[in-house]
Write a new protein. Structure first.
Length: 377
């Protein structure tokens, strides 16, 4: 994820290598490199400039402890500012309402249907009884796609093939959910190639009619600044509650993740990192900052592992190992479970801090703890 940006930031901090202390000159040089890295990652100009101004002010204003190298200090400041830029605190999803209703919005192909499935899966793991709803009435294939996902996940899908009114379908789904004890309803809607009045009108009408707890805007992170602009248009019209960034496993440069919050002022709530139903992470700004700076994100990794691994099975396995009965079948099982956690590259990225210790040198007297993603979370 964001390898290019990570590499360029790493290079920026190299400017300070060998420097014993922070000076106006070496900070200016480093922040210039940071700004270049952000612009290359497709962060908008003003956001990048404001960002580096803040980093510079903070760096020059800090008394450098003799045990902290300028490189470490700048890394820490940049980490905290990146986290702040992406919203500071994780926003979470509003689960009030019985049932909780989540409405998807976004352009064609952004990943709404895929994310609807992922979210359903995610909420079920949190104990919700979820109903997926197919309110994309234009393509019969869209209903098929959601039904296939529902079958694959063993989650109920509400669809009405003869009904061409998405507002009615959404309302019917909620009524059905109430009658049958569903505690969460996820409504997948139709997208269009570009923002147009018909789509905006339709999604606005659905929102008005059902008053969802969460209106999420789903956007392909690979579209960079376009993603930010579209988010703004949707938010102005729909007053969204949060953003879902998809396809972060691809070669997205990071611009969308870094600029959306400052331009739209709505939090990123989830990120999609693959086509599989498990490839979903809650968005935590500080963890993402850590990943971008090559510090890894072990916390998210552990959460993913916890979602995939069955504690009871793990205990059984432990017993087997203790008794020397761990066989090839067990080994195969383990590999399959790791595969379910997502692609290897992504997983390695999460543990990068330990895989690539060169990123942040803690070889001096500074305890490595001090450079872990900020403790504000
Ligand atoms: N690599 C990757 N692919 C994704 C991700 N999310 C969705 N996709 C893929 O993107 C394509 C479009 O996803 P959909 O979920 O169908 O998008 P949509 O917004 O429902 O599209 P429409 O219904 O046509 O508006 C599919 O091939 C998905 O498998 C992701 O996080 N990573
Ligand atoms: Mg769809």
């Amino acid at each position: 994820m964001f390898e290019n940006l990570s590499d360029k930031l790493e290079r920026a901090f190299k400017v300070l290598k060998g420097h014993g202390q922070i000076t106006e000159i070496n900070v200016a040089e480093t922040t210039k490199e940071i700004r270049r890295a952000l612009l290359d990652a497709d962060v908008n100009f003003k956001t990048a400039k404001d960002f580096t101004d803040r980093v510079r002010t903070k760096a020059l204003g800090q008394n450098v402890l003799s045990s902290v190298s300028p490189g470490q200090l700048l890394t820490k400041i940049t980490h905290d500012e990146l986290a702040e830029l992406m919203g500071g605190q994780a926003a979470g999803i509003n689960m009030s309402g019985n049932p909780t209703v989540v409405l998807m919005s976004g352009l064609q192909g952004s990943g709404k249907t895929t994310f609807s499935g992922k979210l359903a899966n995610h909420l079920r793991k949190k104990g919700r009884k979820v109903l997926l709803t197919a309110a994309d009435v234009y393509r019969p294939a869209a209903i098929d796609q959601l039904e296939t996902l529902g079958k694959q996940l063993d989650i109920a899908v509400h669809s009405e093939r003869e009904n061409k009114d998405p507002v009615k379908i959404a309302q019917n789904a909620i009524a059905y959910a109430k009658q049958h004890g569903f505690t969460a309803v996820i409504i997948d809607t139709a997208g269009r190639l570009a923002v147009d009045e018909a789509m905006m009108d339709e999604i606005t009408r659905i929102k008005k009619a059902i008053d969802p707890q969460e209106t999420l805007f789903v956007v392909d992170a690979m579209t960079g600044q376009d993603a930010v602009n579209t988010a703004k248009v949707f938010n102005d019209r729909l007053n969204i509650d949060g953003v879902v960034l998809t396809k972060l496993d691809g070669d997205a440069r990071g611009g969308a993740a870094l600029s959306i919050r400052s331009v739209v002022d709505k939090p990123i709530k989830f990120i999609g990192t693959g086509e599989k139903m498990e490839a979903l992470d809650e968005f935590h700004p500080d963890r993402m900052a850590g990943r971008i700076l090559g510090m890894g994100d072990v916390v998210s990794l552990v959460e993913r592992a916890q979602e995939q691994f069955d504690e009871k099975a793990a205990r059984e396995l432990n017993k087997k190992i203790a008794k020397d009965q761990f066989g090839f079948d067990d080994f195969l099982d383990q590999i399959a479970q790791i595969k379910k956690m997502g692609n290897m590259k992504d997983l390695m990225g999460m543990i990068l801090a330990s895989a690539r210790p060169s990123r942040i040198s803690t070889s001096r007297t500074m305890p490595s703890r001090a450079l872990k993603p900020s403790s504000r979370a």
